[in-house]
Each structure stands twice: as C-alpha cells, then as structure tokens.
Design a protein around this ligand. Structure first.
Ligand SMILES: C[S@@+](CC[C@H](N)C(=O)[O-])C[C@H]1O[C@@H](n2cnc3c(N)ncnc32)[C@H](O)[C@@H]1O
Length: 286
C-alpha cells in the first residue's frame, strides 16, 4: 500500500502539540524536524523558530482531512511503497572520528588501518554516531585514552552504547554505560555483544547508584539534565580524572559549566571543543 505524507511548516513551539494532534487525526507516524538534529542529506532545515512536520497517512483523503481539521497549510504527496520504519537507514554510512571507525550494521565497509571498529544498530535508541555531540565525545575519548591507556570510563546516557563500546575498544579498563531509558540499556547491551566488547556494565541505575569514581566520565545529554545531575555526575570523577559534557548549545555553556564548577570541578579549557552550534565542555577534579 502506498503511504501519503503531509508536510507542513509550523511554529517550533507548537510542534509537539500538533504532532500529537496529527496522531489523533489518524497519522500512522509523525516526523518532527526541529533543526536540533542535523537533517538527512536532501532534507531542508527549518528556519529558526519553525519546525517541519511530516505526517504519514494511509490515504490522501485522510491526510487532507487532518490538514483541514488542524488548519495546517501543507502539501500532500504519495510516497513510493516501502518500509518507512527502515527508510532512515539509507542516509547513513560508515565514518571515522580519530581512531574510531563507526559502521552501521547494514553497511559494508572495511576498517581503515590503525582504527578500531564499532558496529552499531541503534534500534529505538539515540546514537547513530552522526550527531555532532556524539562525534565531539568520540574525539575527546580517543585523545584521553591515548594519554591515559587503561583508564576507567563511565558513559552517562549511553543511548545505543557507542561511546562506551568505543572506550572499551580504545583500551579502557572498567567501562560502565548507563541510561534511564530501559530500551536504550537493552539496545546498548546488544551492541556491546555485537562488537565482542565483553565486560561492559550496562545499567539503568541512577548516577549516584553506580559504584565509582572513574578516571573519565562522559555525558552527552541535554543541557538542563546536565545541570540537574551536576552534583551526582561530578561526584563520579576521580581525583585527577576528567569529565566531558556534550549535548550543550553554545549559549548554554556558561550555565552548565557553572553548575560543575560549583560541584567542585575545575575547568580544563584546553580540552574544550566546538562543532557548529554544539559545545563539548571539559572539566577535571584537581
Ligand atoms: C543525546 S543521547 C546520547 C547517546 C550516546 N551517548 C551518544 O553520544 O550517541 C542522550 C541519552 O541520555 C539518556 N538520558 C536522558 N536523561 C538521563 C538521565 N537522567 N540519566 C541517564 N540517562 C539519561 C537518554 O535516554 C539518551 O539515551
């Protein structure tokens, strides 16, 4: 059966409400392109303050009726028959960050010499590795483990497990990956097994419940969560240890950094990096 897509540009602040309303009007799926995530090749990025909604329907009539009911001005187009649950995979390919070569499980590619490979299937968890916040972390983990081989690593908010698996493959000793989403913990454990990366501790436990501290803690979560978790995350950094924080937009840097300075860490400014609108903050425990 063909699928019909209704594409409409809406104010970003209303994107979530409208997407829920589209489901109520019979959509089988809704994609929100809000500019926070790098669009797939060929996709338009919404203007600031706007979001693009793409809602999928079983018939063109349903799509038009939903647009009418919600007063959305948008185009309805017929999509060729295919598995839309799998379609997003087409845009992804293997890539390297430092010595880490990340390969989606359905892509064939050979590992560059001197690199370690992480084969990934994100399933329903965040983490194809292509997001700038993730590649900033991958680069930082690589640099840290080169200087301190055998360090212990805690990946807070591990998603599909990429950072924890990469750390293990780059020679970390003890590695823990945690996530408060049980689906992510399951996906990460599967990816760990897929990569022959044994002994990584995957857990849904809260940060303070994980036995630490660690030589390196990495947390790629949104800024407000990082601020909330600052005392707990900072407490997991061992004396002389390092913390990398990602998932932070440039204007949020000061607030997040202040929360960690207040929690007793010091700035490791030389290790900070930026990519596009995203920042990687670096701190250490003296
Ligand atoms: C942006 S993803 C990062 C995934 C992966 N580390 C990466 O870099 O690709 C953030 C992850 O943090 C998890 N998360 C959000 N809040 C959390 C919390 N309070 N404690 C633990 N994990 C959390 C989410 O479920 C999600 O999987």
């Amino acid at each position: 059966m063909p699928t019909y897509a209704l594409t409409a540009t809406v104010p970003a602040a209303r994107a979530e409400d409208l997407s829920a309303a589209l489901f109520d009007e019979g959509a089988t799926g809704v994609e929100v392109r809000d500019g926070e995530v790098t669009p797939m090749p060929g996709q338009a990025r919404p203007a600031p303050g706007e979001a693009i909604l793409v809602a999928f329907f079983a018939s063109a009539d349903e799509a038009r009726a939903a647009a009418g009911a919600l007063a959305l001005e948008g185009a309805v187009e017929e999509l060729p028959d295919r598995d839309w649950g799998e379609a997003w995979k087409e845009g992804l390919s293997a890539f390297s960050v430092g010595r880490v070569f990340v390969r989606p499980s359905w892509v064939e590619a050979s590992v560059p010499e001197g690199s370690v490979e992480v084969v990934l299937d994100p399933g329903m968890a965040f983490g194809t590795g292509t997001h700038p916040t993730t590649s900033l972390c991958l680069g930082a983990i690589g640099r840290f483990l080169e200087a301190r081989p055998g360090a212990s690593v805690f990946d807070v908010g591990t998603g599909a497990g990429l950072l924890a698996i990469a750390a293990r493959k780059l020679g970390a000793s003890r590695v823990v990956g945690s996530d408060n989403d049980p689906v992510a913990v399951a996906v990460a454990a599967e990816n760990g097994a897929r990569n022959g990366a044994p002994g990584i501790e995957w857990t849904g436990a809260d940060v303070p419940a994980v036995a630490g501290p660690f030589d390196l803690v990495v947390a790629n979560i949104l800024a407000n969560t990082l601020v909330e978790l600052a005392p707990a995350i900072a407490a997991q950094v061992a004396p002389g240890g390092r913390l990398y924080l990602s998932g932070i937009l440039l204007p949020q840097e000061d607030e997040v950094r202040a929360a960690y300075l207040a929690a007793g860490l010091a700035r490791a400014g030389a290790e900070e990096r930026r990519e596009g609108e995203w920042s990687l903050l670096a701190l250490e425990r003296p």
